[in-house]
Design a protein around this ligand. Structure first.
Ligand code: ATP
Ligand code: MG
Length: 216
């Protein structure tokens, strides 16, 4: 599932709720590949929403792969770290081996563009296809986050929209001097779904969607 949206639209919080709730409430272990934020910052920020990630890491219900720290040249304190120079095959192998260790059912990769920064366009697109094959193989439901996709403008990141099974868009629109957050399903293979844009709020409980209300 591709989750796209501009900066601050809530993609990372959404991805974490997916991983956290899966581990906490549905007994489904999850892997989070962090390419933008340091795991220690993530753990602290998500505590604000009542998500105690550390506790679930200790129970082997959540594993964070740190692909963010090494690129800044600072040694990481984490258990699972992607070394530099970065290779997509190495990350995939790590995802595969950790998925077997914790029996992962959920995966979040946050974000594709940050991963793409480390790779040439060719290596990125090749990596995307390999990643897709791996994800089908390990039977994890995956959220890939990406930046806002502008329809009709093809970029190496918009290619992902064609590969994935589903695509969800998060957005912010200005109305009466205020930005309103929203979410919509653009694509979901094999199922009928609403095409409406629904308002979304980020509260102390995390992301809250009001399905009854529509935005135009
Ligand atoms: N404790 C909190 N309570 C309410 N809202 C918060 C809280 N912490 C962050 N936010 C809101 O969430 C936004 C960040 O959400 P998130 O990190 O999920 O965005 P993102 O789409 O991943 O952004 P980026 O593309 O920059 O990574 C902040 O800009 C802020 O508006
Ligand atoms: Mg983010």
């Amino acid at each position: 599932m591709l989750l796209s949206g501009g900066p601050g639209t809530g993609k990372s919080i959404f991805s974490w709720q997916y991983i956290y709730n899966g581990a906490k409430n549905y007994g489904e272990p999850g892997i989070y590949v962090a390419t933008e934020e340091r795991p220690e910052d993530i753990r602290r920020n998500m505590l604000d929403f009542g998500m105690d990630i550390k506790a679930l890491e200790e129970e082997k219900m959540i594993a964070i792969i740190d692909a963010a720290t090494p690129k800044s040249g600072v040694p990481s304190k984490e258990e699972y770290v992607e070394p530099e120079p970065f290779k997509i095959e190495q990350l995939m192998y790590r995802v595969y081996s950790i998925s077997k260790i914790i029996n992962a059912k959920r995966l979040a990769l946050d974000s594709l563009p940050a991963l793409g920064l480390k790779l040439s366009e060719e290596a990125f697109l090749d990596g995307l296809h390999k990643l897709n094959a791996l994800l089908l193989e390990i039977d994890c439901t995956t959220i890939l986050t990406t930046k806002k996709i502008i329809q009709d403008i093809e970029s190496k990141y918009s290619m992902a929209e064609y590969i994935v099974q589903g695509s969800v868009v998060m957005d912010m629109q200005e109305k009466n001097n205020e930005f309103i957050r929203s979410i919509a399903v653009m694509k979901m293979r094999g199922t009928e779904h609403s095409l409406k844009r629904y308002p979304l709020e980020i509260t102390s409980k995390g992301i809250v969607i009001k399905p009854g209300v529509e935005i135009y």
